[in-house]
Design a protein around this ligand. Structure first.
Ligand SMILES: C[S@@+](CC[C@H](N)C(=O)[O-])C[C@H]1O[C@@H](n2cnc3c(N)ncnc32)[C@H](O)[C@@H]1O
Length: 374
């Protein structure tokens, strides 16, 4: 059994922990911006392929006491690095955290890199070169008080970069956050789904991938673990085949995105094509003022502009009021969710919330508001 740590956006730890449990993770323990869990190599591959809400999975190599730089060097040299990389493989080291003596992440990373390449030189007379962009093996060193955790990054590029979105709107949600909001809403694929401010379509796209049982990792070019010395290609091919044969080809209920901006809707359609689901998902050009309910009941999730990145907060009050009026007058029987980073604007919706969930959109503290529309 290996120890793993999935990194996640602040606030998404509980939802990521639930997702990891569903994927078969054991001893799941949420922490600050991450979730600890244990499992075998098949679980590591499955989580990278299937997890919708996490950024990356780190594989713990060793945890040890580390009061200063000398001890760090000695402890890193105790690992037999030949198991993980040969001199012809490239490496990168990133450091996070710190303590009194190790308070420069750049220096901490250099110390780890030196300990590894010095071992290689002594053993083989040659050493790995550093590649900060696309290394064969990426090592993460985390210092916390007098402890150090050394890990390998199994994912590579963050998992929110699914690979289906070459085109992005003005202020797109990260795919991982969109998937987490869909989970938090408790929407089920048997219900209609609508995002009336869909921009580049991230929310309807993530809802569709879930509904069609499409693994979010199938669009990615590569995961870091595919370059590892112990990469089990047969196991990985089997997981990919299982994923592909389990895909559904029909939605049970409509998934619709609308927006008033035709250019951004074209981006959303391109993204749907990249996912191979352009025939399933509907993208319509509609201003929210003209929006009508497409069914008697369903779930709305949207993130209206809130002034941090788009438009001016003072001009958005009327827009939030309109949003609330449209929900109230035309969407009886639906449940609506609004993600906003502005509490004053949220009040202008003018409807009673039945839940308020704090989440972060990047560095912006936001609230995910739930409205039951009777
Ligand atoms: C913050 S963006 C949504 C981003 C989207 N979730 C994504 O991931 O790309 C808000 C969207 O609301 C749309 N919008 C603003 N006012 C609108 C209106 N009156 N009717 C319809 N759409 C509107 C904008 O065109 C923009 O695409």
């Amino acid at each position: 059994m290996n120890h793993y740590f999935a990194t996640v956006a602040r606030g998404l730890e509980p939802i990521a922990a639930q997702e990891l449990e569903r994927l078969g993770a054991k001893e799941v323990r949420p922490d600050f911006t991450g979730v600890h869990f244990v499992g075998d190599i098949a679980l590591l591959y499955r989580v990278n392929l299937w997890a919708r809400t996490i950024f990356r999975v780190l594989v713990t190599l060793r945890e040890f006491a580390c009061p200063d730089a000398d001890r760090l060097y000695q402890e890193v040299q105790k690992i037999d690095w030949e198991q993980y990389l040969k001199p012809h493989n490239t490496l990168s080291v990133t450091a996070t955290g710190g303590n009194d003596k190790l308070n420069h992440t750049h220096f901490t990373a250099l110390q780890v890199k030196n300990a590894i390449v010095d071992q290689q030189r002594a053993q083989f007379g040659e050493r790995s070169s550093v590649d900060t962009q696309d290394a064969d093996v990426s090592i993460n060193v985390h210092i916390y008080q007098n402890r150090c955790i050394l890990s390998l990054d199994s994912s590579g590029t963050s998992l929110h970069r699914r690979g289906y979105r070459p085109a992005v709107g003005m202020a797109p949600l990260k795919e991982t956050l969109a998937a987490a909001l869909v989970e938090m809403s408790e929407w089920e694929p048997s219900l209609p789904f609508l995002d009336p401010l869909c921009g580049s379509g991230t929310l309807p796209l993530e809802a569709s991938l879930k509904a069609l049982n499409i693994a979010p990792g199938v669009f990615r070019r590569q995961f870091a673990f595919e370059k590892w010395l112990d990469f089990d290609e047969d196991l990985w091919d089997q997981l990919l085949e299982e994923a592909q044969s389990g895909e559904l080809d029909q939605l049970k209920a409509p998934i619709i995105g609308s927006d008033r901006d035709p250019d951004i809707l074209n981006q959303a359609r391109t993204n749907a094509q990249q996912c191979g689901i352009a025939q399933q998902i509907k993208f319509n050009q509609i201003d929210i003022a003209q929006l009508e309910a497409p069914a008697d009941s369903g779930v709305i999730i949207c993130n209206p502009p809130y002034g941090e990145r788009l438009g001016d907060a003072s001009e958005l009050g009327d827009f939030y009021k309109l949003l609330g009026d449209v929900f109230k007058q035309r969407f009886q029987g639906w449940t609506a969710f609004v993600l906003t980073g502005n509490k004053e604007l949220a009040k202008r919706v003018g409807l009673k919330t039945s839940r308020r969930i704090p989440v972060y959109n990047g560095s912006i503290p936001c609230t995910f508001l739930k409205y039951e529309l009777y």
